[in-house]
Design a protein around this ligand. Structure first.
Ligand SMILES: NC(=O)C1=CN([C@@H]2O[C@H](COP(=O)(O)OP(=O)(O)OC[C@H]3O[C@@H](n4cnc5c(N)ncnc54)[C@H](O)[C@@H]3O)[C@@H](O)[C@H]2O)C=CC1
Ligand SMILES: O=C([O-])CC(=O)C(=O)O
Length: 314
């Protein structure tokens, strides 16, 4: 039977995700939003591209969570994007209310979905979705590392004037300014970039990656990135639906891995049919470990804000 994927939020990211899932024939899609008419209009428009793009996925637009019943995967993109000058953490209060409400509604109609959270601030919102849904940690994850790594890959390829597809990269940590691009684990056809570039070059690309989201917010002026984010979600969805067992950097709940407990954090995971099959622990230099700990402390601060929002004692 064809899989059913609900995409909550029919905005920039949600629409891109729906489109890529359909274009790749991965599943039927339910697009849901609070604004009346918009998910319905976008779903119909997308459905009408099926005969041109050659897909058979059924696309439904709705404002009613009943239509999301028995979803295999739910992608949560509902929430406001940041404006130039804002930090992702500035969105916490507004988006916490939205993500809490969305997760409650989703769980009323789907018993055991896999949740992929996109809304910002990402690490805090995925933690909130796990707390509210009560789902096991294997089935709740955030999208950030695939996107941040795609940005790092792009900057490396542009710098070296080599093919994008030959570059592989690993960006770990929280989805904020202290995220941790990992040059030692970033390669061009298997060759670490530490052998291909000097320290200053690498540091420049690392900094650009850390600020990759803000760079686009500054250019767009009204909204944030959505094309590469949508493609990043689609890659995660594909790995799950097709049980690919791909190893991708995703935001996962840590229970002692990397010496952290009770936080969501960007780490390499194996993704398949049941969600996160395992978390992979990399060998780290003291410098890399220190950078990850700094990022984890930043994430913990936003997670404590979510605990306070939920009325949990910290
Ligand atoms: N994790 C990541 O790497 C990325 C995260 N984001 C985040 O994703 C979120 C969405 O971004 P965009 O799609 O660009 O924003 P957008 O403004 O284009 O779309 C958001 C949609 O959510 C809907 N919405 C608001 N409240 C809702 C509710 N209670 N139920 C259902 N739908 C609701 C809005 O009506 C709107 O259509 C933002 O928080 C943004 O910061 C964006 C890009 C990358
Ligand atoms: O920058 C933002 O606010 C959206 C986002 O998370 C990204 O593009 O990395």
């Amino acid at each position: 039977m064809r899989k059913k994927i609900t995409v909550v939020g029919a905005g920039q990211v949600g629409t891109t995700v729906a489109q890529l899932i359909a274009f790749r024939n991965l599943a039927d899609v339910v697009l849901i939003d609070i604004v009346e008419g918009v998910p319905q209009g976008k779903a119909l428009d997308l459905q009408q591209s099926g005969c041109l793009q050659v897909f058979d996925s059924l696309i439904t637009g709705t404002n009613d969570y009943k239509d999301t019943a028995d979803s295999d995967i739910v992608v949560i993109t509902a929430g406001v994007p940041r404006k130039p000058g804002q930090d992702r953490a500035d969105l916490l209060k507004t988006n916490a209310n939205i993500v809490k409400n969305v997760t409650e509604e989703v769980m009323k109609h789907s018993k055991n979905p896999i949740l992929i959270v996109v809304s910002n601030p990402l690490d805090a919102m995925v933690y909130l979705a796990k707390e509210v849904s009560g789902l096991p940690r294997e089935r709740v994850m955030g999208m950030a590392g695939v996107l941040d790594s795609a940005r790092f890959r792009t900057f490396v390829a542009l710098e070296l004037n080599c093919s994008m597809v030959d570059v592989d990269a690993m960006v770990l940590g929280g989805h904020g300014d202290s995220m941790v691009p990992m040059p030692r684990y970033t390669t061009v056809s298997g060759i670490s970039i530490t052998n291909l570039m000097d320290r200053d070059q690498i540091e420049r690309l690392v900094e650009r990656t850390r600020k990759g989201g803000a760079e686009i917010v500054g250019l767009l002026k009204n909204g944030s990135a959505f094309l590469a984010p949508g493609a990043s979600v689609a890659k995660m969805v594909e790995a799950i639906v097709q049980d690919k067992k791909r190893i991708l950097p995703c935001t996962a709940y840590l229970n002692g891995e990397y010496n952290w407990k009770g936080i969501f954090f960007g780490v390499p995971v194996e993704l398949g049919f049941n969600g996160i099959n395992k978390i992979i622990e990399l060998d780290l230099t003291p410098e890399e470990k220190e950078a990850l700990d700094t990022s984890a402390k930043d994430v913990k601060t936003t997670i404590e804000e979510v605990d306070a929002f939920l009325g949990k004692s910290v």
